[in-house]
Design a protein around this ligand. Structure first.
Ligand SMILES: *[C@@H]1O[C@H](CO)[C@@H](O)[C@H](O)[C@H]1NC(C)=O
Ligand SMILES: *[C@@H]1O[C@H](CO)[C@@H](O)[C@H](O)[C@H]1NC(C)=O
Ligand SMILES: *[C@@H]1O[C@H](CO)[C@@H](O)[C@H](O)[C@H]1NC(C)=O
Ligand SMILES: *[C@@H]1O[C@H](CO)[C@@H](O)[C@H](O)[C@H]1NC(C)=O
Ligand SMILES: *[C@@H]1O[C@H](CO)[C@@H](O)[C@H](O)[C@H]1NC(C)=O
Ligand SMILES: *[C@@H]1O[C@H](CO)[C@@H](O)[C@H](O)[C@H]1NC(C)=O
Length: 610
């Protein structure tokens, strides 16, 4: 009897306990409601409004999912509808784009950290703004963290390194702008690291090379610079995406398991290592828009799985062997805009439409696609000096023009001071030389000009605004597609337009026609140097863009220079508008895109590669 009694008691209490073990603790429900308030009631969480039941019972949608275990939340995914704009974000709320001024990321993360059992957290396109606080480490059970497409800025907090169960970390399309930290090896179980499309600076962190579990590494569209280290230790790595950074070493040895390698639009130099021809499982290789030289390894073309091979716009030279064999899966090859000579190997000169081959802008002895005279490739690969001289001449011409105008201006100014207002001219000390460490390989003429420019004028003491790249689309928008109403005049140096940028700044835009003779590669060097002539006393060039018809260097036909516009047209404006030309660098690809100006995709796309 006693036995039955005990059995009944246990059974009854078991039955009574079932609902409560499945029901979310009220405290966790409170946290969810608070988060909803922090996030200013995003439409994806509308379903929580007046919802009496257990949030864990909500059916997942594409924009919201809550998973529980026991009585706590283990997975939380919310996708908002906040737009992601590329406009300069200065760390403060932007109406209709970020959460409001009253959002406070610190208390938001404090609330979040009460979901102590969270293993998966995904908060995408919610307009979350501000520096990610270090206390993120309190979510110590996290295995997957996705903060893509928000407005987080500052450095990546050290707290992340304490989330040592993390397997996937994605913080693409934010505004993280410190240098990349170098503590990644404490995340020993990490397989996916994606920090695309931020403003991260500094050298590539070598600690990444010690996360042997890593399969996907994406840090494209940042400002990483310097050397890419030997990565052969990353034996699990399948995807490496470092496009559009400022890496400028040679190409290192890469792990054999790579399927996708995207290193375009950096400044890699030297030859393509023969080891690349041994990457047996490689399918996509993009090395375009770098400074690579030498002859590409033939084995690259015959890899058994290679389907996409993009080597355009480098300085590759020599000739591909006649007996080059192409892999059976090769679908796209682009070797255009290099310095290749000789014949196009038969396997690339395909009449079949199985493979798209682009080879224009070389010196190949073939009819199809535009080819240069052989001297173009010989000269370019042979003597760097002549190129430097070419650039020197162009720089000198522009410099000369600047100098002339500057001198004219200062003479006028001096005359004006003397005779108009009779103000005594103060003696002032010589301004500093514009640029203390000029890049090597620039002619002394240029340096002399630079010095003269800096000595010639001393006007206001405003600091220069940050120089940046503009997209053609942006300039079209600013000028209403170069409408006649924005046309200001035309001089020997091209047309001048007045425009208004999206942030409200008025600008003057000069369109210059580019001499065919100067390829984008040449321009790079020259523009780079000229951008350093930036001088607060002289001119205010806000940026520029190059309009190119396509991937063919020789079709780049216009440069737009964007100047500050001052409506009263004082002396300084005239100088600005007339004076300084050409600056900086904007790379051209199929559709005109500048490094910082590209469509940010909404949503946590994670590691998808094109
Ligand atoms: C959740 O769903 C389960 C079964 O689907 C049900 O038994 C339970 O009562 C629900 N809980 C709440 C609080 O609605
Ligand atoms: C990062 O961005 C914030 C906000 O725009 C700014 O205040 C800060 O100075 C930037 N830091 C660096 C290192 O550029
Ligand atoms: C924000 O968007 C709403 C509706 O889309 C609009 O009515 C409002 O004017 C916008 N506010 C600002 C400051 O742009
Ligand atoms: C890493 O993963 C392994 C196997 O999945 C697991 O045993 C280990 O506990 C994990 N390490 C950490 C720090 O979570
Ligand atoms: C080529 O790719 C296929 C899958 O796409 C894979 O099964 C095969 O093993 C790869 N070949 C080599 C040589 O790795
Ligand atoms: C191509 O020809 C070169 C010599 O001209 C030879 O060394 C090489 O093995 C040949 N390659 C193939 C794939 O036949």
């Amino acid at each position: 009897m006693g036995c039955l009694y005990w059995f009944l008691l246990v059974f009854v209490s078991w039955v009574l306990l079932i609902p409560s073990t499945h029901e979310l603790q009220t405290s966790q429900v409170q946290v969810l409601l608070q988060l909803r308030k922090h996030l200013e009631y995003p439409s994806s969480l509308e379903i929580l409004e007046n919802y009496e039941g257990d949030p864990c019972n909500l059916t997942s949608t594409a924009h919201m999912s809550i998973t529980c275990q026991g009585n706590s939340v283990t997975e939380l995914k919310i996708v908002g509808d906040k737009p992601v704009k590329v406009n300069d974000f200065n760390g403060h709320a932007i109406p209709n784009q970020t959460l409001s001024e009253s959002f406070y990321i610190d208390s938001f993360v404090t609330t979040l950290s009460r979901l102590t059992s969270l293993r998966v957290l995904s908060l995408v396109s919610l307009g979350i703004w501000g520096p990610l606080p270090d206390k993120i480490h309190r979510l110590s059970s996290l295995e997957v963290l996705d903060f893509c497409s928000n407005f987080m800025s500052g450095s990546i907090p050290f707290g992340i390194s304490r989330l040592n169960k993390l397997q996937s970390l994605a913080m693409d399309t934010n505004f993280f702008n410190g240098s990349v930290p170098d503590w990644w090896d404490s995340l020993s179980n990490l397989t996916i690291l994606s920090l695309k499309d931020n403003q991260l600076k500094g050298p590539f962190p070598t600690s990444i090379c010690r996360i042997t579990s890593l399969t996907d590494l994406a840090m494209s569209h940042n400002e990483l610079s310097g050397k890419l280290p030997d990565m052969s230790t990353l034996t699990s790595l399948h995807v490496l995406d470092l496009r559009e950074n400022k890496l400028d070493s040679g190409l290192p040895v890469l792990p054999k398991g790579l399927i996708t390698i995207l290193l375009s639009k950096n400044s890699f130099s030297g030859e393509i290592p023969n080891q690349f021809g041994e990457l047996d499982v490689l399918q996509h290789l993009d090395l375009s828009f770098n400074h690579l030289s030498g002859t590409p390894p033939s084995a690259l073309f015959s890899l058994s799985n290679i389907s996409y091979l993009h080597l355009a716009s480098n300085r590759l030279s020599g000739s591909l062997p006649d007996n080059l064999s192409c892999g059976s899966k090769l679908g796209f090859v682009d070797i255009s805009n290099n310095k290749l000579t000789g014949v196009l190997p038969p396997c690339l000169d395909s009449t079949s439409d199985k493979t798209v081959v682009k080879f224009g802008g070389n010196c190949l002895s073939t009819d199809g696609q535009h080819q240069h005279q052989e001297s173009y490739c010989r000269e370019a690969s042979m003597s760097k000096q002549s190129r430097v001289r070419d650039i020197g001449v162009l720089v000198a011409i522009i410099g000369g023009a600047v100098l002339f105008i500057v001198l004219l201006g200062s003479v006028l100014l001096i005359l004006c001071r003397r005779y108009c207002s009779r103000v005594q001219i103060e003696r002032h000390t010589r301004p500093k030389v514009v640029h203390d460490n000029p890049p090597t390989g620039v002619s002394s003429e240029v340096l002399t000009n630079a010095r003269l420019i800096s000595q010639a004028v001393k006007l206001g003491t405003q600091s220069s605004p940050v120089y940046r790249w503009f997209s053609l689309e942006e300039l079209k928008e600013a000028t209403n597609n170069f409408d006649s109403s924005s046309f200001m005049g035309e001089g020997s140096k091209g047309k001048l337009y007045k425009g208004r940028l999206e942030n409200g700044t008025y600008v003057a835009i000069r369109s210059l026609t580019l001499l065919k003779k100067y390829s984008i590669q040449n321009l790079k060097v020259q523009l780079d140097f000229l951008s350093k002539l930036h001088h607060p006393h002289l001119v205010t060039v806000l940026g520029h863009c190059i309009d190119g018809g396509g991937q063919d260097d020789s079709s780049a036909n216009k440069i737009f220079l964007v100047y500050e516009y001052v409506s009263n047209g004082n002396y300084r404006t005239h100088l600005s508008v007339l004076g300084k030309e050409v600056v900086g660098l904007c790379q051209v690809s199929g559709t005109l895109r500048c490094p910082f100006i590209f469509n940010k995709k909404r949503g946590g796309e994670g590691m998808k590669t094109a």
